[in-house]
Design a protein around this ligand. Structure first.
Ligand SMILES: Cc1cc2nc3c(=O)[nH]c(=O)nc-3n(C[C@H](O)[C@H](O)[C@H](O)COP(=O)(O)OP(=O)(O)OC[C@H]3O[C@@H](n4cnc5c(N)ncnc54)[C@H](O)[C@@H]3O)c2cc1C
Ligand code: FES
Ligand code: FES
Length: 465
């Protein structure tokens, strides 16, 4: 049984938890405002808000692609479609879209309204840049983005100075006409709906964000017993201790990206992780899911390899073991994870003083695209400026996300242009790319060499120019 609130209406359904939320909304609840287009997370037409009751009694809303969200993931939550917003009267985002002529055929418009509403409910800054980021997964074929951005700019102006404190924000947004008044009671109504976690084990499929699973094997998910990590509040955290940043196995890429701990220790990651998919996917996709899917070009996996991350793996009965990430990938899509085991925590060592980090990704589009080749570097220099330690990862150039071997020989040198030229040669010696849809082997080798020089230009701009 899946129980949730769809707009204002309580839902209790026996439909299979592995059905997509989009299929339920359109096919079972007969709400056709949420559009079905790519079914692969690529267009944003199916965007809805997923609201979760927080431990302090407030609500947190995230815009998500409903085509890659399981019905079972809605258990205990508030799902908002365009029918649950305005109509008569229009909400603020809807009205501004009309006033700025930001809709023509209207197919993308419900998704855009939901993404802008999610931004108003959740953005820490309510700044225009964040509004544009919130829209990076919503594709419009006919209006043109200038007028959509004008509507977003007007929304930011209208929300300037609004009370952002979590316990007062919803009331402020209701008075500003961003969401209807019935949102006030949702947290109380959800209190009785607490979703029971299904234990993950040998006979269940672990669903984290589902952004990979629902593209790869939607039919299999319909038939399987699913364990949803979104119900594991105990695995949803980013915190630090003396040595490590500790990231729970259920933490999303967006929560990681925005966490104060990450901003403090790895400020560059806020921008780097914007290159991962799009906001409506990052709001669900997890760091752990990016590692376990073992894609040779996973962005988070590549970044975490350079940062020397370790995984805490929990098996049945709660047995824990630790595995360095560079030992986790055993072969193409093969990992050191036994059936029934979970990646429960990712441990990222805090950067030593003198450490410099940089990430590069080459893809056809800036957002919503996986890499042809990507690479991250962590370089630690001593007080004399000589390299003490160098970790460089590369994706798309082998069957697994790779940590480049044999770089010790570069230690002790100044990280100048000659150093990065030699790094480029070492990277090419280690790489074994293949021809595939993202490019020929020759093209990827060329990219890899250039990315090493790009690391150099970012870290030693004058000498490596
Ligand atoms: C349109 C689109 C664009 C994308 N763009 C990018 C991109 O730019 N860069 C990129 O790297 N990826 C991209 N992806 C791929 C995908 O979004 C990411 O890999 C994402 O991080 C996967 O995380 P998830 O939580 O959604 O994983 P899920 O789909 O939930 O799970 C993936 C796999 O990991 C397993 N799993 C998940 N969590 C755990 C855990 N804690 N313990 C054990 N097993 C677990 C699942 O059982 C499944 O086998 C894109 C996907 C789409 C659809
Ligand atoms: S239908 Fe395109 S993102 Fe869901
Ligand atoms: S208004 Fe037609 S696709 Fe955006």
């Amino acid at each position: 049984m899946t129980s949730f609130i769809l707009n204002e209406k309580p839902i209790r359904t026996e439909e299979r938890p592995g059905m997509t939320l989009l299929e339920f909304i359109r096919g079972v609840a007969c709400l056709s405002g949420t559009k079905d287009a790519c079914h692969e997370g690529e267009c944003g037409a199916c965007t809805v808000l997923l609201g979760s009751r927080q431990s302090d009694g407030t609500m947190a809303y995230k815009a998500c692609a409903s085509c890659l969200t399981a019905l079972g993931d809605a258990d205990g939550r508030h799902v908002v479609t365009v029918e649950g917003l305005g109509g008569e009267p229009l909400t603020l985002a809807q009205r501004l879209i009309v006033e700025h002529s930001a809709s023509q055929c209207g197919f993308c418009t419900p998704g855009i309204v939901l993404s802008l509403t999610g931004f108003a409910l959740g953005s820490a800054t309510l700044a225009y840049d964040d509004a544009v980021t919130a829209l990076d997964g919503n594709i419009c074929r006919c209006t043109g983005y200038a007028s959509i951005r004008n509507a977003a700019k007007a929304l930011c102006a209208a929300l300037e100075g609004i009370d952002k404190a979590p316990d007062r924000r919803l009331a402020a947004l209701i008075s500003s006409g961003v969401v209807p008044a019935y949102f006030t009671d949702i947290a109380a109504r959800l209190a009785g709906l607490g979703a029971a976690p299904v234990p993950c084990g040998k006979n269940t499929v672990t669903v984290a964000g589902g952004t990979d699973l629902f593209v790869q094997k939607p039919e299999q998910l319909l038939e399987s017993e699913l364990c949803f990590l979104s119900r594991r509040g105990d695995l949803d955290y980013v915190r630090e201790d003396k040595e490590f940043l500790r990231v729970g196995g259920a933490a999303t890429i967006e929560d990681f990206r925005n966490s104060p701990e990450v901003r403090r220790h790895f400020p560059a990651l806020a921008a780097d992780l914007l290159l991962h998919s799009s906001a409506i996917l990052r709001n669900k996709a997890t760091l752990a899911g990016n590692i376990v899917n073992a894609s040779p070009i996973g962005d988070a996996a590549i970044i975490l390899l350079a940062l020397d991350a370790r995984l805490v793996i929990t098996g049945e009965g709660g047995r824990k073991r630790e595995v360095p990430l560079d030992k986790f990938f055993l072969g193409y899509k093969k990992t050191d994870l036994a059936c029934g085991e979970l990646v429960s925590e990712i441990m990222v060592p805090l950067p030593p003083s003198g450490a410099r980090y940089h990430f590069e990704k080459v893809s056809n589009r800036t957002t919503l695209d996986i890499a042809a080749v990507n690479s991250a570097l962590l370089l630690t220099a001593g007080p004399d400026g000589a390299v003490k330690d160098l970790r460089v990862s590369a994706g798309g150039v082998g069957p697994v996300p790779m940590l480049l071997p044999g770089l010790d020989k570069l230690n002790g040198r100044k990280p100048d242009a000659a150093f990065f030229n030699d790094l480029s040669k070492a990277a090419l010696a280690a790489a074994a790319p293949i021809d595939d849809i993202r490019g020929s082997a020759e093209y990827k080798r060329l990219l890899l060499g250039q990315l090493m020089l790009a690391h150099g230009r970012a870290l030693a701009p004058v000498e490596a120019a």
